[in-house]
Design a protein around this ligand. Structure first.
Ligand SMILES: O=c1nc[nH]c2c1ncn2[C@H]1C[C@H](O)[C@@H](COP(=O)(O)OP(=O)(O)OP(=O)(O)O)O1
Ligand SMILES: [Mg+2]
Length: 235
């Protein structure tokens, strides 16, 4: 059995100006705790599961080999509900399907004038098109929107998924740029003159909802010691 215990977070920042002895002690405790990071034993590497090739491409670009994972293209059901719940349920389904640890994500585009709708399922964009998305906001002055990405990590079937949320603020504009990835042409992030679609890939990946969520996933992998071992004490 895998035992995962949460280590208390140790914040030494406030000690710096106060007392050098406490700083030294603080650093020592922090290092000692890093040595006893909780070990999470898996029987195979975490598999990132998605049916979307473009998503997969971005996840690979952002993560590189910073965490050990493999990928699998499987069409997961389009679920409805609140973003975190959709993402968790996807993880439960995927963990059962592949009988192992999985990482999945669900992405939404949310309009503030519509209190977070349309959220998104892939059929929605296919039927409405970019013009339809703009038309949805025609009756409103407020064109602001946000892109939301929720990753879920499930260590195996029956494990409660952990979620990691990334969010990027922006606005909805008439489509500009290549139309090869979802609603990228109509989403212009705040602070940029370009839509996601007009940006070079590495620029989108610096500020995107997906990047922000993956930074948290990466931190989580640093906090625990994920080891792949195929013996009886595995997940
Ligand atoms: O960065 C993005 N930039 C533009 N469009 C995006 C992005 N990320 C997802 N999308 C689109 C794809 C799909 O039309 C819809 C729902 O996304 P979502 O259900 O999460 O993806 P999906 O069904 O294509 O793949 P999956 O198998 O991982 O569920 O939003
Ligand atoms: Mg989907």
């Amino acid at each position: 059995m895998t035992s995962i215990s949460l280590l208390p977070k140790f914040d030494i920042s406030q000690n710096y100006l106060l007392n050098p002895i406490r700083v030294t002690l603080g650093l020592w405790v922090k290092e000692a705790m890093a040595l006893v990071r909780a070990e999470v034993v898996l029987k195979k590497p975490v598999t990132f599961v998605t049916g979307n090739a473009k998503k997969l491409e971005e996840v690979k670009m952002i993560l590189g080999n910073s965490i050990p994972f493999s990928t699998l293209r499987v069409d997961l059901p389009e679920l409805q509900g609140e973003p975190e719940e959709i993402s968790k349920e996807k993880a439960r389904i995927a963990a059962k399907q592949i009988d192992g640890a999985v990482l999945v994500e669900d992405t939404c585009l949310c309009f503030n004038a519509l209190h977070g709708l349309p959220g998104f399922e892939k059929w929605f964009l296919q039927k409405l098109g970019h013009e339809g998305l703009n038309n949805m906001l025609a009756a409103y002055k407020d064109k602001s929107a946000y892109a939301l990405c929720v990753f879920s990590l499930a260590l195996g079937p029956g494990f409660e998924p952990t979620t990691f949320v990334g969010r990027t603020e922006g606005k909805i504009v008439p489509a500009r740029g290549p139309a090869d990835f979802g609603w990228d042409p109509v989403f212009q992030p705040d602070g940029s003159d370009f839509t996601y679609a007009e940006m070079p890939k590495d620029e989108k990946n610096k500020i995107s909802h997906r990047r922000r969520a993956l930074d948290k996933v990466r931190d989580h992998f640093r906090e625990y010691d994920f080891v792949v071992r195929n013996d009886d004490s595995q997940v």
